[in-house]
Design a binder for this molecule. Structure first.
Ligand code: TA6
Length: 314
């Protein structure tokens, strides 16, 4: 459904949780839950969903919502002292009514600013004071842009260190028919082999089994080609050197309670991230990390994202 002007609407979602619906004039839309600061839906101008959301997703705090774009902060994965993927994804965020100026050249009018601040509860686990501002914006052409600004507000003079990811679940028609371009020949840490470092071989990445890899220092543009749908997702990132690729495949999917047994066929996580080299902020310093997604017809970019060419221009 196309509307005359971009709109931003606050309403109730599943389990009575607050959500914000962003709509652009051509009919594209996105939904963001205040719980987790989590995007759960992104639709194109035909009203087709572009993000995977598990049919078994639990919208009941403190469980994180399975699908969309969970925010992993201040810890990606299980390497650290915190719970898996940190606590930001299971906190109630607020709408930031007066965010500091946002230096962006985007003409987006459909956006929402959210904020998460340190609480006494988090302080026990992670003794730091921070302000995490998240802007979710829908561009006039339907692009989905997430920008995070994290500031160290410690008053004790102490720096803090974190890792981060936009844990994006793309909706795909059949994982066996999907390829990822832009990561071939790069180094990765394999989560299935105790984070040992390997170098990706060959052509574009395809999927025949479980994958859980952190590609390090990647180019800023990655493409996910859905052959059956003739659709290509283009992920652009800034401030986030790494890219995580995850699909649990059949056996692991069965062990995840909030994921359907066959759901792995229709999802692929490709995540703009900062994992290998954690980010350190001194008091008063701010970090910024951005992920921008677009969905275009597949003929657009197949074969054009060889990382060696992008990185070295050869
Ligand atoms: O991003 C990949 C990953 O870290 C995997 O190791 C896998 O466990 C996945 O995230 C999902 O984690 P979750 O805590 O949401 O079940």
């Amino acid at each position: 459904m196309s509307s005359e002007r971009p709109s931003v609407e606050l309403c109730k979602g599943i389990y009575g949780l607050d959500k914000v619906v962003l709509r652009e004039i051509r009919g594209t839309s996105a939904e963001v839950y205040l719980y987790g600061g989590q995007v759960t839906s992104w639709k194109n101008d035909h009203g087709e969903e572009l993000l995977f959301l598990s049919s078994k997703a639990v919208f009941k705090p403190p469980k994180a919502i399975r699908g969309g774009i969970p925010i992993c902060f201040p810890q990606f994965g299980s390497h650290g002292t915190l719970e898996q993927h940190g606590f930001a994804r299971n906190k109630l965020w607020s709408i930031d009514t007066d965010p500091p100026p946002f230096p962006t050249n985007s003409s987006s009018k459909a956006f929402i600013d959210l904020i998460l601040k340190s609480s006494d509860e988090d302080f026990k686990l992670w003794p730091h004071s921070y302000e995490f501002r998240l802007r979710v914006a829908l561009g006039p052409g339907g692009d989905l842009m997430l920008t995070s600004r994290i500031r160290n507000t410690n008053t004790d003079g102490k720096p803090f260190t974190f890792t981060f990811a936009y844990h994006t679940y793309f909706l795909v028609s059949d994982i066996s028919e999907v390829r990822v371009e832009g990561l071939e020949t790069l180094d990765y840490l394999d989560n299935l082999r105790e984070r040992e470092r390997f170098t990706e071989q060959g052509d574009a990445i395809t999927f025949e089994g479980e994958v859980d890899k952190v590609y390090v220092s990647t180019p800023t543009k990655i493409a996910i080609l859905d052959h059956e749908k003739k659709r290509t997702f283009v992920l652009r990132k800034d401030g986030l050197p790494d890219a995580v690729v995850w699909n649990p495949w059949d056996r692991k999917a069965k062990a995840i309670p909030d994921l359907g047994d066959d759901d792995y066929k229709h999802m692929l996580c490709v995540e703009a991230a900062a994992v290998e080299k954690p980010i350190t902020l001194k008091p008063g310093e701010e970090w910024r990390g951005r992920q921008e997604l677009s969905a275009v017809p597949s003929s657009y970019c197949s074969g054009q994202l060889d990382p060696q060419k992008v990185l070295h221009g050869s």
